[in-house]
Design a protein around this ligand. Sequence first.
Ligand code: DC
Length: 211
Amino acid sequence: MTPSRVVAVDGPAAAGKGTLARRLAAELGLPYLDTGLLYRAVGRRVLDRGADPRDADIAAAEARALTAADLDRTDLRGPEADMAASAVAVLPGVRAALLDWQRDFGRRHGAVMDGRDIGTVIFPDAPAKLFVTASPEARARRRWLELQGRGVERPLAEVEAEMRARDAQDASRSTAPMKPAADAVVLDTTDLDAEHAFRVALDLVRRRLGG
Ligand code: DC
């Protein structure tokens, strides 16, 4: 059963869903979960073993062994972690191992959860669903600026190519592909700043949660 206060925020990388979901959670007094971190941590555990993130058996075993401490690792961002996360996320055994973890989190006190399949698979009955997106060019530029802010100099074209490859892998996999739920509201942030996106989203979520 889906609890009455679950907000699903899905969408591709760098569309602004993390910032938005975090602010919604703070405003609504709900716990926040970045579900991408689960896949990132599984990818890291596989890399730690010197294994290939596409190895279904090893990746599923690492997903089952995941601990809360893995989510606090400081090496869960960056191109290597991005690609490892996207690779393990294709594997049904990994997704199955992480399913209950995510449902348990949401059922405890309600939650705002961001990811790719929250509104379609994890909580298909969630009362409020957003699919946050933006053009690939805008998203690549945001990611590139974010990297620059962290002192990482990469060519914009390279960042965009990696992002498009990851989008394609996330959207084309057969298990839980990234796509808007039929009842999700699509929020295109290409020409919206974070404040405007937040106001639009909060208004919608408040109406859906009934308060
Ligand atoms: O949101 P993110 O960029 O941190 O996600 C990392 C990868 O994990 C992304 O390529 C797709 C995958 N992912 C997923 O398949 N399902 C989710 N709910 C969250 C992330």
